[in-house]
Design a protein around this ligand. Structure first.
Ligand code: KG4
Ligand code: ZN
Length: 321
């Protein structure tokens, strides 16, 4: 009976850490209602997210979402509210927090602060159950990280990017190649269509589990400048495919090093770059239990915040028993 009570909690999740405004209602590993308003097209005119505008747009979007939400009968069912507390753009996070806190006070329900990166990891539980211990590779527009997980609440960060995140590197290279923003999906498409020779943009491994993409970006910039100075042609598809191959090879080399050191029962991929077709294929072959999220749960969304709240609260309740 106690177990059932925990499982059937209705959780309203809120995600506003970057440029997606997302609210979802979750119960028992299912999303029963959700509304996602992306600001990607708005920020594309500036070639990247403008934090001040992102925060203001969240206010408008949360208001639009609330108008939809009150038309449903879900508000009366909500047991808990979960919001992205960190990391993210400060103003954007603040809007989500204020919205969630106001809702929690109005509904007189508990409010839970969730880590956005834990959300990217546990989004996998919509389609697969994690077999602990596990290693997670989280690659997004803001983060590139390797985590060791003993349980839903016991997570250790093994390494992370020292400069740009993988998604950020994709977006910056996309800009260098005059591709549409965000560059990640554009480079993915171009690279998938390319079968020719690659330009050598290989990177040296660093000693621990950290990443650095500044060398790769510089190599590409130098290559483009060199070609331009000598009036040589630039094959955009070839540059995109070469960047993708060496960037992902580098990330996976570091992840494989972690796999050699930590014996795990599953590996998890997450974050916006987990939508990448090449990365998904390569990650699959690293382990017999490689867990890859559905495409809709790779990008930022409130569903992942709600499920993380549920899994972590259940784990805490089990730890107490
Ligand atoms: O996790 P996310 O939605 O937002 C952050 O928390 O940052 O990740 C967005 C990032 C962007 O940099 C975007 O270019 C990248 O994910 N991305 C991709 C692909 N789809 C999205 N990168 C490579 N290949 C893709 N198919
Ligand atoms: Zn994210």
């Amino acid at each position: 009976m106690k177990q059932n009570q925990i499982k059937n909690k209705y959780i309203l999740g809120v995600e506003t850490s970057h440029d997606d405004t997302s609210v979802a209602i979750y119960v028992n590993r299912t999303i029963v209602w959700e509304k996602n308003l992306s600001q990607t097209k708005f920020h594309a005119q500036y070639g990247g997210t403008v934090p001040e505008f992102a925060a203001r747009n969240h206010v408008d979007n949360l208001s639009l979402i609330t108008n939809e939400l009150v038309k449903t009968n879900y508000l009366a069912k909500i047991d808990q509210i979960a919001f992205t507390a960190m990391p993210g753009l400060v103003g954007s996070l603040q809007m989500g927090y204020l919205f969630s806190q106001a809702l929690a006070m109005t509904l007189e329900k508990p409010l839970f602060a969730i880590n956005h990166l834990h959300g990217h990891i546990f989004a996998i539980e919509f389609s697969h159950q994690i077999n602990f211990p596990a290693l997670a590779l989280i690659v997004s527009g803001g983060h590139s990280q390797i985590w060791y997980l003993s349980s839903y609440t016991d997570l250790k960060l093994l390494g992370q990017t020292k400069d740009d995140a993988l998604g950020e590197a994709y977006d910056k290279v996309g800009r260098m190649l005059n591709l549409k923003f965000p560059g990640g999906p554009e480079i993915d498409k171009l690279a998938a269509s390319y079968k020719g020779q690659l330009i050598d943009f290989s990177l040296n491994n660093i000693d621990n589990f950290d990443f650095s993409f500044s060398g790769l970006k510089t190599k590409i910039l130098n290559y483009l400048n060199y070609q331009k100075q000598l009036s040589l042609s630039i094959n955009v598809t070839q540059v995109a495919a070469s960047f993708q191959f060496y960037a992902i090879e580098y990330v996976l080399k570091i992840f494989k090093k972690a796999l050699e050191q930590y014996q795990v029962n599953s590996i998890i991929l997450g974050g916006g770059v987990a939508a990448n077709s090449y990365l998904r294929g390569q990650f699959q072959i690293l382990h017999s239990n490689a867990l890859i999220p559905e495409l809709k749960y790779t990008t930022d969304n409130a569903a992942m915040i709600a499920i993380t709240c549920d899994l972590q609260n259940n784990q805490k309740a089990n730890n107490v028993k």
